[in-house]
Write a new protein. Structure first.
Lengths: 349, 313, 503
């Protein structure tokens, strides 16, 4: 068996790939569900119902999708430029922590829109700085950023733990390691009354559109693509590779930091070391399922959120461990990789 | 300040170093075997988690400890096979596939653990490995306690370093493996199959990684709980670079690392007023520092992370 | 004639729509040296890869001493006594000579390696065939010629009786090449049968017993070397009388680009203080054996590497610290050595590749003016006859020649005052070569100063007004092309030059 590059990649194949991958993942995971003594169809129906069965369920799913859109976009933007940012989780937390630290008291004197802008910028700067470290280590010393971004996730989480147990500790939290809350007036307004869904979702989608526009229409977008696809040729053509990579790192880190900001200002209101159910890591899956396309990120985020919210509800009803959601997500990622291969290569003999 | 030095004179510190190093030794050896054949295996974190779970569960279900380890190795090899199939014949991104394997293997471990084990307030436990003093040698003062009163898998880890070093440097199979990591075209031109060699190397390496994970649940601790691997896999990936892909240096790196870890644990209980998180950060910070120190002069296997497709250059 | 050692019978191989080999048959007798002659893309390498088992043929059979070889199995080919010396050496730079030679020769699961007897066997082979090497040396520390000896020893170590060499002289200087052919001749006298692949007529004429000419994947002719001549072979190889454009004499103007004492280092051979001067309306040819600093010279003139000593002046302006963007802005055109790696981004469209260098000229407020850029690309496609392309085509789908026309086009459209042409015709077929030569001569006629770096002597001498040789990072004094005969060039490229001929 050997592979032969297809002459051209059809758009249809690219659109079909994620659906095929998800289907494969659901079929493969059916076996694991059956091992729990539950019919896979019942379980999947339960998941759908859990994610979309009621107004509340829909809002929960979209609430879950909001930060995922941003962490997914963060990964997609970086991967396109072949910057392997696996540190979305840490950047998310640092963004959340920064927004909380400033949003508790510091910016409350400002008019609300200005305060929001300040918090968003501060959170984005924090995320960007955190990714700049591994990006610069790669550019200056040739250190692989996969390992450094992963290790920084652990360091950041410990730092967040340190903060919520010391400087930012909430004295009213009965000893729970939880930070002081953001000022009530700074919480993002709800999108749907009596739900946790907030305008952060709109913001995330707007950011996606902006990033899409930048990637497809601007000089920066064109140079980034060239640098990602063939760095040597891009450098030959005068694309400043180092500067481009630094800009991409800033953008990617900022997006993941922004995810932390909207999660804090939106549904959560304070920081704990368990506030993220792996938004950063799930962002990688989102980016791959989206084939690194900004618009695809929105759809993939909703899919991943569906799996997680649906699995929680289904687990309560049937007793299938909710970790099935993580398994489905991981298998979907691996299946998507294979599906993408078949969009660019065909098998010969 | 003298207290900080007193710790060093205490044999229990040095005994702990070897114990803490054991999972790292297995992990770093596993990563090294994969990378010398040209395949980066970022599945390590998940493979160690799965190995920890499977090894523990086998013993919990009645197997003896060594059988538990063997089953963990098999589970690791299965994950290695998956990673190898995706990255070698299919030539997919080793980064993304490895991360996918980590997500998959750890999710699978957590799922099966929840499915098969009733967890009350505390996770259930097994009877773990006990130290196995080597006759006569363990009687030597200080050194006996440090080197010869370890748990059996620790001795196995040291043996594994020697074995891997011998196989890589002294046997035809080891030469073929190294050559595959340097130039797979050269391997094919001499009539060997680099695809098959890579698949076997990744499976063997993944088995070693799982062994490291299983040590955590059958020796270090006596139960399994999520996130217990705690980034040890990523530290191993950093250690391989630090060790310039050599087994002997990998052992030294793992020991150095374990020393800092054991030392900070003891220091933590003595130094008041410093938040414990700062101590816990130390190993991760250290890994990054280690990477920076060696990055420029590291002699990377030339074909590392380069997919091999027959007839395509 | 004795029974053939090797027979290829009706070999056909298709890659998608392309038929690389079409019903190819040939035979090789014991002790014979057969030259396989053909242009790039004629199917020579594919044929040898089938013979050696890297590829499986779609039809046909390979027989060694009458016995069919199982297809697609290099192992079987080696066992049958076929050895191959690849054009791109298949060696591992970090491993030793001994390791590179012995890999695969012992059963994989043996518990030990017998290094002593391996070293003895290598020493004996080195002695017998005149191929001296140090078994303990690391490949990365060896010269190109030594590495080729290792490659040949690899085949001999496995007791090869048929030796296939793919473009063996591509990386060798003339004296080394002559040495190699003497060695091969000796081996043939000793009973080895040899096939060497080449597109160089003089090699084929001097070193082979018989020639098989391949064109478009088919065998078009077979001749005894004694019964043919270079002109006939050239016509057989190309399929028609060769007509490359000819340089017209004309007077060069003032200096455009002047290098003084340039030194630069990085990966590969460093530049060790070079001087040259390219004048308006002339082509200065830099000839030399691959790996003597051409790559670094190209990098410096492309703005990718900064020289650490010396100066570079462009029309009186100091450009020692040139960047790629400066180059584009100031009208220095650049044709890179490797079009796939440096010239184009294969997965971008033709229009994006056409404007990438000057994308800021096709943008306002940071947004790309796509329409203008696409029109520009369409214009290039028309003016430079880039076939099979629309502005939206993915660039990787173009043939090598059309890719090169795109690169030439985006450089020449702006009317450059200086043009760096680094190996501009490497890997192209005769038609594309002629087109590239025409464009270069046209640019010269319009007053551009052109620096041509080429390993193809015929090309360099045919196009250039003056020639300098590059050897170990140093340049010879320039000689006029009219006075650069084969003997003189050979000496220059071997590092023997005097300043008497300088112009």
């Amino acid at each position: 068996m050997r592979f032969e590059r297809r002459e051209d990649v059809s758009v249809t194949a690219l659109l079909v790939a994620p659906f095929a991958a998800v289907l494969v993942a659901l079929v493969l995971c059916a076996g694991l569900i059956a091992m729990a003594g539950v019919s896979p169809l019942t379980a999947y129906a339960g998941m759908l119902k859990g994610a979309f069965g009621s107004r509340l369920a829909v809002t929960e799913t979209l609430t879950r999708a909001s930060p995922l859109i941003l962490t997914g976009l963060a990964a997609a933007v970086a991967f396109r430029a072949r910057l392997w940012n696996i540190g979305g989780e840490g950047q998310f937390y640092l963004g959340a922590l920064t927004a909380t630290a400033l949003g508790h008291a510091t910016v409350t004197a400002l008019p609300v829109p200005l305060a929001w802008a300040t918090l968003a910028l501060a959170g984005m700067a924090a995320g960007a700085l955190l990714l700049l470290i591994p990006a610069l280590l790669r550019l200056k010393f040739g250190v692989d950023e996969v390992v450094t971004t992963l290790l920084l996730n652990f360091i950041t989480l410990l730092f967040v733990g340190l903060m919520v147990e010391t400087v930012l500790k909430d004295p009213m939290a009965f000893g729970w390691p939880q930070s002081v809350p953001v000022a009530a007036g700074l919480r993002l307004p709800d999108l749907v009354p009596r739900s946790r869904l907030h305008i952060g979702l709109i913001l995330a989608v707007v950011v996606v559109l902006i990033v899409w526009l930048v990637q497809s229409r601007t000089v920066f977008g064109a140079e980034t693509r060239a640098a990602g696809l063939n760095p040597r040729a891009a450098a030959f053509a005068g694309v400043p590779i180092t500067a481009t990579l630094v800009k991409v790192a800033i953008l990617s880190g900022a997006l993941a930091g922004l995810a932390g900001v909207i999660e804090v200002l939106g549904p959560v209101g304070y920081v704990t070391t368990t506030m993220s159910p792996g938004f950063g890591y799930a962002g990688i899956v989102v980016a791959m399922l989206a084939a690194l396309h900004p618009l695809g990120v929105v759809a993939a985020s909703v899919f991943v959120a569906t799996i997680f919210v649906g699995a929680d509800a289904m687990s309560r009803a049937t007793g299938v461990p909710s970790f099935i959601a993580d398994v489905i997500m991981a298998v979907a990622l691996l299946a998507m990789l294979v599906a993408l291969l078949f969009t660019t290569y065909r098998v010969r003999r | 300040m003298t207290a900080a030095f007193d710790i060093l004179a205490n044999a229990s510190l040095w005994e702990a170093v070897l114990r803490i190093a054991t999972p790292l030794i297995f992990g770093v050896l596993g990563a090294l075997v994969c990378e010398r054949a040209g395949v980066l295996n970022l599945g390590i974190e998940g493979i160690m988690t799965l190995g920890a779970m499977v090894g523990w569960l086998s013993v919990y279900w009645g197997a003896d400890l060594w059988t538990g380890l063997a089953i963990a190795v098999l589970a690791g090899m299965m994950m290695g096979w998956l990673h190898a199939m995706l990255t070698v014949p299919l030539g997919l991104s080793q980064h993304v596939s490895g991360l996918g394997i980590t997500l998959f293997a750890s999710a699978l471990a957590y799922y099966l653990y929840r499915l098969w084990v009733q967890v009350g307030d505390l996770p259930p436990t097994i009877e773990p490995f006990r130290p196995w003093p080597i006759p006569v040698l363990s009687g030597i003062p200080f050194i006996g306690q440090v080197l010869f009163t370890q748990m059996p898998p620790t001795y196995l880890a040291i043996l594994a370093v020697l074995l891997v070093a011998y196989i890589l440097n002294r046997t035809p199979a080891g030469l073929a493996l190294r050559m595959t990591g340097e130039n797979p075209h050269a391997v094919e031109a001499q009539g060997l199959n680099p695809v098959r060699i890579r698949i076997w190397a990744v499976m063997a390496g993944s088995g070693l990684m799982a062994l490291g994970g299983a040590f955590l649940t059958t020796a270090t601790f006596n139960s399994f709980f999520p996130t217990m691997v705690q980034g040890r896999g990523w530290i191993c990936i950093a250690l391989v670079v630090f060790a310039s892909w050599r087994p002997g240096k990998a052992l030294a790196g793992a020991l150095l690392f374990a020393f800092f870890d054991a030392y900070q644990l003891r220091l933590q209980t003595m130094v008041q007023g410093v938040p414990y998180q700062l101590f816990l950060m130390a190993p991760y910070v250290l890994s990054i520092v280690a990477l920076i120190l060696v990055a420029r002069r590291a002699r990377v296997p030339e074909a590392l992370m380069q997919p091999y497709r027959r007839g395509e250059r | 004639m004795t029974a053939p050692v090797l027979e290829l019978d009706g070999i056909t191989k298709r890659f998608g729509a392309l038929t690389a080999n079409d019903d190819v048959s040939l035979t090789l007798a014991k002790g014979e040296v057969l030259a396989l002659l053909g242009e790039n893309g004629a199917g020579k390498t594919t044929l040898m890869n089938i013979l050696f088992g890297h590829y499986a043929a779609d039809a046909g059979e390979v027989r060694v001493k009458g016995k069919p070889l199982p297809p697609g199995k290099p192992r079987a080919a080696i066992a049958a006594g076929v050895g191959m010396v690849h054009q791109h050496f298949t060696l591992a730079g970090n491993l030793t000579v001994l390791e590179n030679i012995t890999i695969g020769s012992e059963p994989l699961w043996r518990l030990t390696t017998d290094r002593d007897s391996a070293a003895k066997k290598i020493a004996r082979l080195s002695e017998t065939f005149g191929l001296p090497v140090d078994p303990g040396a690391r490949i990365a520390d060896l010269s190109v010629g030594e590495r080729q000896r290792v490659e040949i020893l690899k085949a001999l170590y496995r007791d090869a009786e048929v030796l296939i060499l793919d473009e063996p002289t591509a990386v060798l200087a003339r004296p080394e090449a002559e040495q190699l052919f003497r060695t091969l001749r000796g081996m043939a006298l000793g009973g080895l049968s040899i096939i060497f692949i080449s597109h160089k007529l003089h090699e084929v004429m001097s070193a082979s017993d018989r020639v098989t000419v391949l064109r478009g994947g088919r065998v078009v002719a077979e001749r005894r070397t004694a019964d043919t001549n270079p002109a006939e072979l050239a016509e057989l190889m190309v399929g028609r009388a060769v007509s490359r454009p000819v340089r017209q004499a004309h007077e060069a103007g003032g200096p455009v680009l002047v290098a003084k004492g340039l030194q630069a280092r990085g990966s590969g051979t460093p530049l060790d203080g070079i001087d040259f001067e390219v004048r308006e309306g002339e082509i200065l040819g830099i000839v030399g054996v691959s790996g003597n600093g051409q790559a670094m010279l190209g990098r410096v003139l492309s703005g990718l590497t900064r020289p650490h000593a010396g100066t570079l002046t462009y029309r009186g302006q100091d450009i020692t610290h040139l960047t790629p963007r400066d180059a584009v802005r100031m009208g220095l055109g650049r044709i890179p050595e490797d079009r796939h790696a440096e010239g184009i981004v294969g997965d971008l469209s033709v229009w994006e590749n056409a404007v990438l260098e000057r994308i800021r000229d096709f943008a306002s407020r940071g947004f790309v003016r796509r329409k203008a850029a696409q029109e520009h690309a369409a214009d290039l496609i028309r003016r430079f006859d880039i076939r099979g392309a629309t502005p939206a085509t993915r660039t990787r789908l173009l043939s090598g020649g059309n890719m090169q026309k795109l690169i030439l086009g985006r450089n020449l459209a702006a009317g450059p005052r200086f043009l760096l042409a680094n190996q501009p015709t490497r890997g192209l077929d005769e038609g594309a070569i002629a087109a590239v030569h025409r464009e270069l001569l046209q640019a010269r006629a319009e007053g551009a100063a052109i620096l041509l770096i080429s390993e193809d002597l015929d090309e360099a001498v045919g196009l250039s007004d003056r020639v300098q040789a590059i050897v170990k990072g140093r340049l010879s004094a320039p000689v006029p092309a009219e006075r650069a005969d084969a003997r003189k060039l050979g000496l220059m490229m071997a590092g023997v030059w005097d300043h008497a001929d300088a112009v």
